[in-house]
Design a protein around this ligand. Structure first.
Ligand SMILES: Cc1cc2nc3c(=O)[nH]c(=O)nc-3n(C[C@H](O)[C@H](O)[C@H](O)COP(=O)(O)OP(=O)(O)OC[C@H]3O[C@@H](n4cnc5c(N)ncnc54)[C@H](O)[C@@H]3O)c2cc1C
Length: 384
């Protein structure tokens, strides 16, 4: 990184901090409890350029490195995790176009993604296929200059408020191996593409998670990312390293926020004549929480730096994702214990952290899957 780049990154991180302090922190609690989509926050994010954070500067994006972007995700999650979901899967969609799209697709879509004029996400999961994505049933067949798409997607972030989604579809259901029959399309809202329901959730409120229906939805052939069918599964797999580092960064944000709340509260709450931070049992908990948050941060940085060097980093991203999201989950529970009964109250932020954290162990590949990926890479990198 040049000195110039480092200065630019610092300026961006400072603006993000100001945005979080002024435009997010004062409103997060109410918006979250009301499960309200944060329209004003989204507008501010557009002004900041966050919808183009990792899109190249040639297309009007900020062109940030994965390391800087992960720092932004951590800081935003520390204040309100849901906000990261509004630009995160949008940027994964954009990355698929930037890496694999035709020159015409890049010119057509990327500037509008970068400005936030068009926002979206990725639609992979189906009612009967999540971890096993090659089992998807959404199909498309060619008809003239269009592909006709039929099927159902579920749990899609930004499915209601988004304008366009990168949708994983089978274009050759008989293909063997199965991944050779899978393609990725950009599908805009329009005839044949409807939202069948908004899904109610434990946490991660404010951002819309939806079930989507495609019924004889005609998609222009020019919207097939890369222009050649059968490459969609590889495109999604290529985006997962970045996606996992970002989910891991959310875990760090939650782990740190839980620690901050516990450190604060333990100095205010008194029992047996002294602040609870002077009881050894609380000190042991705080010590573990702080170490967990810092270890998670270092794993995320390690994976992000490997990604920025262009190295294969599925093992590093898997470790970061697994450890940092479990750290978020454990720290949120520990913070609740430190708060005693008040931790269970909706008046304090720890109950929100506790409701938000479990999602991180599921999204972008469950933590069971991460451990399997780590083990497979261990064996592959250390043959006997
Ligand atoms: C709030 C929220 C937002 C989401 N946003 C999106 C989105 O924007 N886009 C999108 O496409 N999806 C999204 N998802 C879906 C998410 O990616 C899936 O839920 C996730 O991939 C797991 O799939 P599944 O729910 O079908 O679980 P399953 O695949 O059915 O897994 C069930 C259990 O079996 C385990 N398991 C499965 N296979 C194996 C194996 N081979 N070995 C060991 N254990 C295994 C899993 O680890 C898990 O414990 C979202 C989900 C949620 C809850």
């Amino acid at each position: 990184m040049t000195i110039h780049q480092a200065d630019d990154d610092r300026l961006i991180l400072d603006s993000v901090d100001r945005f979080l302090e002024r435009d997010v922190a004062p409103y997060a609690h109410k918006l979250e409890h009301d499960d309200e989509w944060p329209a004003d926050i989204v507008e501010k994010m557009r002004e900041l350029g966050l919808f183009g954070a990792t899109i190249g500067t040639d297309y009007g994006g900020l062109g940030l490195s994965c390391t800087t972007y992960a720092t932004i995700v951590e800081r935003v999650s520390r204040v309100w995790m849901s906000v990261t979901g509004i630009f995160n899967s949008h940027l994964i969609m954009a990355a698929a176009v930037e890496r694999f799209g035709t020159p015409e697709q890049k010119t057509k879509w990327l500037p509008r993604f970068a400005s936030g004029e068009l926002r979206g996400g990725i639609a992979l999961t189906e009612p009967d296929a999540g971890t096993d994505l090659q089992a998807i049933r959404t199909r498309a067949h060619r008809q003239g200059d269009s592909w006709i798409v039929n099927g159902t997607k579920t749990w899609i972030s930004n499915g209601i408020k988004g304008h366009v989604l990168a949708v994983l579809v089978k274009t050759d259901p008989e293909a063997e191996p199965r991944h050779k029959g899978i393609s990725l399309f950009l599908i805009e809202k329009g005839p044949g593409f409807s939202v069948s329901r908004k899904l109610e959730k434990l946490g991660y409120k404010g951002i819309d998670s939806a079930e989507l229906q495609f019924q004889d939805c005609a998609v222009p052939a020019e919207n097939l990312i890369g222009g050649v069918p059968g490459k969609g599964f590889a495109m999604i797999m290529a985006g997962l390293e970045l996606g996992r580092i970002n989910v891991a960064a959310r875990g760090v944000g939650i782990a740190q926020a839980a620690l901050d709340e516990a450190v604060k509260y333990s100095q205010i709450r008194k029992t047996f004549g002294k602040p609870i931070c002077e009881h050894q049992a609380i000190q042991l908990t705080l010590g573990e929480m702080a170490t967990r948050a810092e270890a998670a941060r270092l794993l995320v940085r390690n994976a992000a730096q490997a990604y920025d060097r262009g190295e294969r980093c599925d093992m590093e991203a898997g470790m970061a994702k697994y450890f940092a999201t479990e750290a978020g989950l454990t720290n949120s529970m520990d913070a609740m214990r430190v708060h005693g009964g008040y931790g269970y109250s909706k008046e304090f932020p720890v109950e929100r952290l506790y409701r938000d954290a479990p999602l991180l162990t599921i999204g972008e590949g469950t933590n069971e899957l991460q451990r399997i990926i780590i083990a497979k890479q261990l064996i592959a990198r250390n043959p006997v």
